[in-house]
Design a protein around this ligand. Structure first.
Ligand code: NAD
Length: 257
């Protein structure tokens, strides 16, 4: 039975992913701020290295899959810098830290969670995306703090998408047989979009977000895609950013006929 590490396993998409994989017979090692196999704060360097060390111990140095769901949303009460630290640096540290354990598995795969905001939200700050991709955390945090969480959010997720595409084709990932892909969810009904941390006025504005499918996604609908990306059916996917947004990206990014 496969062993899969899931960050953000305590809520929303991460919880649905952990539940789905467990039901399919996998052993899930969850990482979250509380209530998980590994309790860790991925916003700090110490928290990230502690999370990786504990996860490596829990999986005895061999892991079949890693899914990074932990993240903070644009409407949360957190600073832009905190979003940069958790969404980008927290994800990249876990993926890089567990990569050697993936390499020891027979058919390894990893999935990052990006966002459709990367292509549908205007004005994504390019200097912040560059600082993230250049691994300049102090600069990135300062830039993200300056623009605030609403603008910082798509930048963290765009950098993650570009990081996935850049790393997936390198020797240490696909050259070591590890498939790395990302999911770009649209509007998904989780505590991030409708929880107590979200300003009710802003939450109401989210209902204006156009979804051709006609409704928000459910966390398990994203989890089903993650399960596919971990399994043999997605053998040819490497460095793909797969949209799960009910048609929002297709609607907003049409060819200029
Ligand atoms: P959620 O708030 O339900 O879950 C996020 C999880 O991340 C929580 O369990 C939380 O405790 C954990 N987390 C936050 N900060 C952390 C930290 N410092 N260290 C460790 N864990 C931490 O949100 P969700 O909607 O399930 O989001 C999951 C992922 O999907 C996020 O990366 C989010 O950006 C992305 N996403 C969500 C949506 C959406 O509409 N909900 C859309 C696009 C992308």
């Amino acid at each position: 039975m496969p062993t899969i590490v899931v960050t953000g396993s305590g809520s929303g998409i991460g919880a649905a992913t952990a539940q789905r994989l467990t039901s399919a017979g996998a052993t899930v090692i969850g990482i979250d701020l509380a209530g998980a196999t590994v309790t860790a704060d991925l916003s700090t360097r110490d928290g990230r290295s502690g999370a990786v060390a504990q996860a490596l111990e829990a999986c005895s140095g061999v892991v079949d899959g890693v899914v990074c769901c932990a993240g903070l949303g644009p409407l949360s009460s957190h600073t832009g810098g905190k979003l940069a630290s958790v969404n980008y640096f927290g994800t990249v540290a876990v993926l890089n830290g567990l990569r050697p354990a993936l390499e020891r598995a027979s058919s390894p795969a990893a999935v990052a969670i990006s966002s459709s905001s990367t292509t549908t939200q205007p004005g994504v700050p390019a200097d912040l995306v560059d600082a993230l991709l250049d691994d300049r955390e102090d600069d990135a945090v300062a830039l993200a703090d300056a623009v605030g969480p609403v603008a910082a959010y798509p930048a963290t997720k765009l950098a993650l998408a570009w990081w996935t595409r850049r790393e997936a084709v390198r020797r240490k990932w696909i050259g070591a047989r590890i498939r790395l892909n990302a999911v770009a969810p649209g509007m998904i009904d989780t505590p991030m979009t409708s929880g107590p941390d979200v300003d009710p006025k802003m939450a109401a504005l989210l209902d204006l977000y156009p979804v051709p499918r006609g409704r928000r996604g459910a966390p398990d609908e994203v989890a089903a895609l993650v399960e596919f990306l971990l399994g043999p059916g997605s053998a040819l996917l490497c460095g793909s950013i797969v949209y799960a947004d009910g048609g929002t990206d297709a609607l907003l990014r049409q060819k200029d006929w």
